[in-house]
Design a protein around this ligand. Structure first.
Ligand SMILES: NC(=O)c1ccc[n+]([C@@H]2O[C@H](COP(=O)([O-])OP(=O)(O)OC[C@H]3O[C@@H](n4cnc5c(N)ncnc54)[C@H](O)[C@@H]3O)[C@@H](O)[C@H]2O)c1
Length: 246
């Protein structure tokens, strides 16, 4: 039902976890996918998986804290595939739980540069191409920490609240020109980021289990497809119900 034939998508954080699942599902749904990450070997392994499945994808090694690398990535996407229809800002890190007093200025800057500034720079780099064609979809990855304080810690929660602000502002500024900007707020998802986290946390989830990256990818497919054309500036929670109890 949801399909992306001939669409061109850039997926940051595409070499593991949620981003990898999104990149693979997009390719399976007909998109040409640029997988963005920092690890060449992981990137090539994912491209090989996608090609085995008859999909089309390229890996472009990019650190989202570097505006220069981001611009090069966008240029390479346009040279390879001619345009950009979809951007998924999936790159992110999670600091250990720290309150404000426990958080150093360096740790704050490091996390913000990836989780927030990286998404801002990526959006800035693709917007002109999207505006020229009068259509484009930007999908940011938030978290439960987009809505509530708690297990994320001071910097992570701050970054995930802020990325919803960025999501809404892009919708406000560019919605009338055909740009859609939405946010996915996943709960506890089984990825390398949550490896080793205590199962105790799962007890609070009405679904009584962690989510799978593929379940987040399904929502990202909806938001990338034409079916979601009326979705704008919104947060789409997928957390097994965790936030309803907060
Ligand atoms: N796993 C969860 O439970 C969960 C819950 C809510 C939100 N999220 C969010 O989902 C997104 C994906 O996380 P995940 O769980 O798949 O974790 P993950 O660690 O598997 O994926 C994060 C990816 O981002 C990449 N990345 C980090 N810094 C980067 C940089 N500077 N440049 C380019 N890439 C960089 C990593 O290499 C990795 O591939 C993150 O934004 C995370 O905050 C995850």
């Amino acid at each position: 039902m949801f399909e992306l034939t001939n669409k061109v998508a850039i997926v940051t954080g595409g070499t593991s976890g949620i981003g990898e699942a999104i990149a693979k599902l997009y390719a399976k749904s007909g998109a040409k996918v640029v997988v963005v990450g920092r690890n060449q070997d992981r990137g090539e392994a994912i491209i090989s998986d996608i090609k085995k499945d008859k999909g089309e994808a390229k890996f472009v090694k990019t650190d989202v804290t570097s505006n220069e690398e981001i611009k090069r990535c966008v240029d390479q996407t346009i040279s390879a595939y001619g345009t950009i229809d979809i951007l998924v800002n999936g790159a992110g890190i999670h600091d250990k739980y720290h309150n404000v007093l426990e958080t150093s200025e360096e740790d704050f800057d490091k996390l913000m540069n990836i989780n927030l500034k990286g998404a801002f720079l990526m959006a800035k780099a693709v917007l002109l191409t999207m505006l020229e064609k009068g259509k484009g979809k930007i999908i940011n990855i938030g978290s439960q920490g987009t809505f509530v304080a708690g297990p994320g810690g001071a910097t992570y929660v701050t970054s995930k609240h802020a990325i919803f602000g960025l999501t809404k502002q892009i919708a406000y500024d560019f919605g009338k020109k055909g740009i859609q900007s939405n946010l996915i707020a996943p709960g506890f998802i089984e990825t390398p980021m949550t490896e080793g986290i205590d199962d105790e946390r799962l007890k609070d989830i009405p679904a009584q289990r962690a989510g799978k990256p593929e379940e987040v990818a399904s929502m990202a497919l909806y938001l990338a497809s034409d079916t979601s054309d009326y979705a704008q500036g919104a947060a789409f929670t997928i957390d097994g119900g965790w936030t309803v109890g907060r």
